[in-house]
Write a protein that binds this ligand. Structure first.
Ligand SMILES: Nc1ncnc2c1ncn2[C@@H]1O[C@H](COP(=O)(O)OP(=O)(O)OP(=O)(O)O)[C@@H](O)[C@H]1O
Ligand SMILES: [Mg+2]
Length: 372
């Protein structure tokens, strides 16, 4: 209680989960997690999304206490937990391969984490029934895991993670083995439970739709680093680098060089000589190589919607696909045969035939000049 108020410190006090400059190496040579910094407020639902081998599970394992950080500090509720064993961290866990105990009934599976925590019999029974109720499995208390479907087992695993009312729950691809419909149902149930119970959740997946629909924020991992940490809409609309632009959602890219730059607009000369307008995101100087990125639904074919001085590009229609709610048209643009545009299926929307030449353009703010 000495000293003056420290604003930087106040911010840290509100953080519930913190990774500070965390590094991890399994072999003493290669860092599979490199300088990870992450701060989560209580109650947040955060998803770690990234390709295989990018370090997601390793981060979860360090937070759970099954692996130790090679460097840096992990804090929970403002306190370092590097030296606290897993069962004392009060963390609930659901893993794809973290199976239920096969020889125990559902009720016994749920009882286990409570017994470990020395909770008395009557209180245990009450908590077990409440947890089963949360996942709508009250009628299955006496069954063994083998007598349940995959989705039901996953629900029980979720109930077991929640039964001791943890403040933090970690989930590593908990729905990976389930079919699409069941996955969507459980995605909804998990987010509802997490929000209703005020649980802080770290969720790992490599399914981007799952990440975008479930999370308050998404940390996109690649190569042991967080490439971008942002709410879903910002991640999709404002990717900060080429990796994120490519990894999240469908994306068109064109390669070129920055030929003019002023404030938040730049001009890019594409490799075939054509000129386009973009927003400089990852580029700062004239002459720099860049990969411009534009979402298929932001490409404009209607010149009236563009500013009069906007640059347009010639495009040839290669393929037109009717998809019900939208039309998906593949174009050849500046030598790229995989340039896709999406248009809404409206009564006045033309259906383009292959071979047609059209002009396309965009608002500069919808086209992002990123690292090459
Ligand atoms: N116990 C271990 N010993 C040695 N290397 C490991 C160990 N666990 C993971 N690794 C390596 O660390 C890197 C990160 O692995 P991690 O399991 O964290 O990736 P991930 O992002 O969870 O991938 P996935 O999506 O495939 O589950 C990989 O290169 C992996 O081979
Ligand atoms: Mg993993």
């Amino acid at each position: 209680m000495n000293g003056e108020p420290d604003l930087a410190n106040t911010a840290t006090e509100q953080a519930f989960v913190e990774f500070e400059r965390v590094q991890k190496s399994y072999d003493g040579e290669i860092l599979v997690v490199k300088d990870l910094n992450l701060s989560m407020p209580k109650g947040e639902f955060l998803t770690m999304l990234g390709p295989s081998g990018s370090g997601k599970t390793t981060c979860l394992m360090m937070l759970a206490g099954f692996e130790t950080a090679t460097h840096g500090e992990i804090k929970l509720g403002g306190k370092p937990i590097n030296n606290i064993p897993p069962h004392k961290r009060g963390i609930g866990m659901v893993f794809q391969n973290y199976a239920l105990f096969p020889h125990m009934t559902v009720a016994e599976n749920l009882s286990f984490p409570l017994e470990v925590r020395k909770i008395g019999k009557s209180e245990r029974e009450e908590k077990i029934m409440r947890a089963l109720g949360m996942v709508q499995m009250q009628d299955f208390a006496g069954r063994r895991p083998a007598q349940l479907s995959g989705g039901q087992q996953q629900r029980i695993a979720l109930a077991r993670a929640l039964v001791f009312e943890p403040e933090l729950v970690l989930m590593d691809e908990p729905l990976g083995a389930l079919d699409k419909q069941l996955r969507e149902t459980l995605q909804f149930e998990i987010t509802r439970l997490a929000h209703d119970l005020g649980i802080t959740t770290v969720y790992v997946t490599h399914d981007q739709t799952e990440a975008l629909t479930m999370s308050d924020r998404v940390a996109v991992f690649d190569d042991g680093r967080i490439q971008q940490l942002a709410p879903p809409d910002q991640l999709y609309e404002e990717p900060e680098n080429s990796f994120v632009a490519q990894f999240i959602g469908e994306n068109n890219t064109l390669l070129g060089k920055v030929s003019k730059i002023a404030g938040d607009q730049c001009e890019v000369t594409l490799d075939d000589g054509e000129i386009i307008d973009a927003k400089p995101v990852n580029v700062t100087e004239v002459g720099q190589r860049t990969r411009v990125s534009i979402r298929p639904e932001r490409v404009e074919m209607n010149k009236e919607r563009l500013s009069p001085d906007a640059h347009t590009l010639k495009a040839e229609v290669l393929e037109f696909i009717y998809m019900g709610d939208i039309f998906r048209t593949r174009l050849r643009v500046a030598g790229n045969d995989d340039f896709v545009i999406k248009t809404r299926n409206a009564p006045d929307q033309v259906r383009l035939t292959p071979g047609t030449q059209i002009d396309i353009g965009w608002l500069p703010q919808d086209c992002r000049a990123l690292d090459a």
